[in-house]
Design a protein around this ligand. Structure first.
Ligand SMILES: [Zn+2]
Ligand SMILES: [Zn+2]
Length: 346
């Protein structure tokens, strides 16, 4: 029987390649040859031992080529280039039925390789249900298609912000998520002000199209710059992409009347912050969050990537082969890295 390779996280700073049996897809299943899979935060935390989920089949930012189809698959062809959505939702709960499946009460990451928990994108092949497959244009670089999931998360966040033409949008933090928020806000017609403590990341912000960049080491400076830029109104929209509750509190301070403050990231540690509810009352500002994309956000992400409306080239720091995945994890853990892509090609 044909075999395929899969990389499994087996301990702190430890991975192993396993060989599993390849099988034929049945029903709605699709066999995808993985070309690229990006390393996200979850896999980094398992690799460095912050989350000890061993053994774990990591890799949920998957792009590849359709190799074989089950007999009931109708809308996908062999040879299609695709992004794979690995977050499954139940379709039965209140939130799924009200069109908010990102809030599904039983959402889970599929187990793709027999015997191993996890989304399993660091492998030569994945077998997935057709509903998890999103086609991209034939001329798309699959390294870019591997960033569909992070882009979809940011699309959901930007949709929460309800940006109008000419709005002043502040993006705090220019990691990959901040960089994507900058580009998406520009597509929505905003003036984008990027804040970041690292000057090299402010250079990335400029490449992403930010109109104004501010070094945010001194938050008082940020507040006075934003007041200057907005005639003391404050920002229409602020995205917090930095996992610090102090920064979250500052984001609320720079949001103006009728403004929207979006807590994009999760916060560690989750220290409570003080807010003036009277200020919320009188300013009618909205403080909200964004967690996981809906299916439509994933679809929109594949459209933006297929149409080349988003520039992902600056956000891929390097590419490693599956057999060198330890090297890829080490690079991903560097604070200067954006995305590291693992290529599965033989
Ligand atoms: Zn991810
Ligand atoms: Zn559900």
């Amino acid at each position: 029987m044909d075999k395929y390779k899969v990389s499994i996280l087996t301990g702190v700073n430890e991975t192993k390649i396993y060989e599993l049996n390849k099988r034929e897809p049945i029903g709605k299943e699709v066999l995808v040859k993985v070309d690229c899979c990006a390393i996200c935060t979850l896999e980094q935390r398992v690799y460095d031992g912050v989350r000890k989920l061993y053994p774990f089949a990591g890799g949920h930012e998957i792009a590849g080529t359709v190799e074989k189809l089950g007999e009931d698959v109708k809308n996908i062809k062999i040879g299609d280039k695709v992004a794979v959505r690995t977050l499954n939702t139940c379709g039965e709960c209140y939130y799924c039925r009200s069109g908010n499946e990102n809030q599904c009460v039983v959402s889970y990451k599929s187990t793709i390789h027999e015997g191993f928990l996890g989304p399993g994108g660091f492998a030569e092949y994945v077998m997935v249900n057709a509903k998890s497959i999103y086609k991209v244009a034939d001329d798309v670089d699959l390294k870019h298609a591997a960033l569909t999931e992070p882009l979809a998360c940011c699309i959901h966040s930007v949709n929460q912000a309800d940006i109008n033409l000419g709005d002043d949008v502040v993006v705090v933090g220019v990691g990959i998520m901040g960089a994507l928020h900058i580009q998406l806000s520009k597509l929505k017609g905003a003036r984008v002000i990027a804040c970041e403590i690292d000057d090299s990341r402010l250079e990335v912000a400029k490449k992403m199209g930010a109109d104004v960049v501010i070094n945010s080491t001194d938050m008082n400076n940020v507040i006075s710059e934003i007041n200057k830029l907005t005639d003391n109104r404050g920002a229409d929209v602020v995205f917090c992409t930095v996992p610090s509750t102090q920064v979250a509190s500052d984001c609320i301070k720079i949001t103006g009347k009728l403004g929207r403050a979006i807590m994009y990231t999760s916060f560690h540690p989750d220290n409570p912050v003080e807010v003036s509810v009277n200020h919320i009352h009188s300013s009618e500002m909205v403080i909200t969050g964004a967690v996981s994309p809906k299916n439509v956000d994933f679809l929109t992400a594949t459209k933006l990537i297929s149409n080349k409306s988003i520039d992902l080239s600056h956000l891929i720091t390097s590419t490693e082969k599956l057999c060198n995945i330890d090297e890829a994890y080490k690079k991903a853990l560097s604070p200067t890295a954006y995305r590291i892509i693992v290529e599965s090609a033989k």
